[in-house]
Design a protein around this ligand. Structure first.
Ligand SMILES: Cc1ncc(COP(=O)(O)O)c(C=O)c1O
Length: 490
């Protein structure tokens, strides 16, 4: 409602006129969402109906429809038709589940309208979270870091520092236009496509990225990598960065990170590790060795919204050379309107607005801070271990099935498999498994997903889900079997 002051100056505001009514609505929203999460196992999900789409896609009104009405639209036409990522049987792609306490921390963050992490308490919270992440991942204390929006941005940030630190020219002043040699980076052919995107956005061109073949365990072939570097040197190109995978998206494979660190050192190259979800094996009880050598990376990209179950979006880039990180992103040289406040800062190299693209930040560290502090290291360590054990359990179930096979080495929290009755050709198997995947997706979208490794189509389950139980994996094998039998008969 429009309000007018006596002197004629409007006093329009978004604060409610009736705080009691807003409080009641807020309590209802909270109750509804907690009930939703409490009953998440039986909550229906599916693609939006025509009615829901019509309810969502409406013209914007002049006068607004009111908080209550719009909340009803959310409840009836949006929420039931959203990605079922919170469900216990969501093992497609790499889908983090969030948590009730995580949801509440987000309410606090937006309530105070978190907008920065450089001043006041926010600065300490951000720094503390970075310190905890370094400690959990075994990264040296002296390293710096910044929270970002997720794995893609975390990788982008690491590669941006790598490019600027290793370029022959002053990258900030001259940019790629000043380069006299072509810069080249190396990664395995199982590396996530966001790395390629980063290379493109960084102006290096995707031809600069050398995709090195992997062995039967989906790990980068070291001899092929060495040869590619040698070839580039012969052509007077500039090999500047080796990218290692700590958990590939397809199969959860880990490169030999120590070997990559040795090679990068010998060749005077930057060593970047994409540990988006896989880095967290470091806090498991049985699989931490997979990440050996990760602590030797010059930069490490991880996220916390997948395998650390935090609400989207939150990722982190850790960088050893704090000055190189700071000089890549420092903003102060042009921020005249910020001068008076920035001058008061003691250490600008730890201030997040100097370490990533955004100046305004949404105080994303608050959720990480509260969640890590509330649950402690053991809880996360147990959950990570639980997911690894669950994937091992699922693998054993699949192995016991005569008409199913494991199609890639199972090393962490991902299993790739397919339904394989006797007598079918490869193209027939592909078709059959595509149908199985589609049937499962119709039941619940991305219960599992599919992928192709070394030219072979396969089904894929990745567990970063703290709600899954043993019965869910029994269910999965049964439903794949049933769908497989159904489509094999046709
Ligand atoms: C290995 C790996 N790297 C990077 C990414 C991209 O991360 P995000 O989706 O958080 O941007 C993913 C996403 O699944 C991933 O699995």
């Amino acid at each position: 409602m429009k309000r007018e002051a006596k002197d004629g100056l409007c006093e329009e505001t978004l604060d409610p006129e009736d705080w009691g009514k807003m409080r009641a609505l807020g309590h209802r929203m909270l109750d509804d969402m907690l009930t939703y999460l409490q009953n998440i196992r039986s909550e229906p999900s599916g693609a939006p109906t025509q009615k829901a789409i019509e309810e969502i896609c409406v013209p914007l009104t002049q006068e607004g429809e009111g908080e209550e009405k719009v909340y009803q639209v959310f409840k009836q036409s949006i929420l039931p038709y959203t990605l079922p990522i919170t469900r216990p049987r969501f093992w497609g792609v790499v889908g983090g589940t969030g948590s009730p306490y995580g949801m509440l921390t987000e309410m606090l963050r937006t309530g105070m309208n978190g907008a920065q992490e450089t001043f006041f308490a926010e600065a300490y919270v951000h720094k503390q979270v970075i310190n905890w992440i370094k400690e959990m991942l075994g990264f040296p204390k002296e390293a710096g870091g910044v929270l970002v929006s997720g794995g893609s941005e975390a990788n982008f940030t690491g590669l941006a520092v790598a490019r600027n630190a290793k370029a022959d020219v002053d990258m900030k002043a001259k940019g790629v236009q000043g380069l006299t040699r072509r810069m080249a980076l190396y990664c395995s052919d199982e590396t996530h496509h966001c790395l390629e995107r980063s290379v493109e956005i960084l102006g290096l061109g995707n031809e600069a990225l050398r995709w090195i073949p992997t062995d039967d365990n989906c790990r980068i072939r070291l001899e092929a990598l060495k040869k590619a570097i040698e070839d580039d040197r012969k052509r007077n190109n500039h090999p500047f960065c080796v990218i290692g995978c700590a958990g590939t998206v397809n199969s959860g494979a880990f490169d030999d990170l120590n070997a990559l660190a040795d090679l990068a050192k010998k060749e005077n190259m930057w060593f970047h590790v994409d540990g988006a979800f896989g880095a967290w094996v470091k806090i498991s009880k049985t699989h931490r060795h997979l990440a050996d050598g990760m602590e030797r990376a010059d930069s490490l990209a991880v996220d916390l919204h997948k395998w650390m179950y935090m609400p989207y979006s939150i990722g982190c880039t850790l960088v050893k050379d704090r000055l190189a990180h700071y000089s890549t992103f420092v903003y102060g040289h042009e921020a005249k309107y910020l001068k008076s406040s920035l001058d008061k800062l003691e250490d600008q190299t730890t201030d997040p607005h100097n370490l990533a693209l955004p100046l305004s930040r949404n105080f994303t560290s608050l959720k990480a801070y509260m969640l890590l502090r509330a649950y402690g290291k053991n809880k996360y360590s147990n959950l990570i271990q639980q997911n690894i054990d669950q994937i091992n359990y699922l693998t054993e179930l699949i192995r016991k099935e005569p008409e199913m096979e494991i199609t890639a080495p199972v090393v962490s929290n991902v299993v790739c498999f397919r339904y394989k009755p006797k007598g079918l050709t490869e193209p027939e198997l592909e078709k059959l498994n595509e149908k199985i995947c589609s049937e499962l997706n119709q039941r619940s979208f991305w219960m599992i997903s599919d992928t192709t490794i070394k030219g072979k189509y396969m089904l894929r389950a990745c567990c970063v889900n703290h709600r899954s139980k043993k019965q869910d994996f029994d269910f999965l094998v049964n439903i794949v079997k049933k769908a497989g039998e159904k489509y094999s008969l046709r």
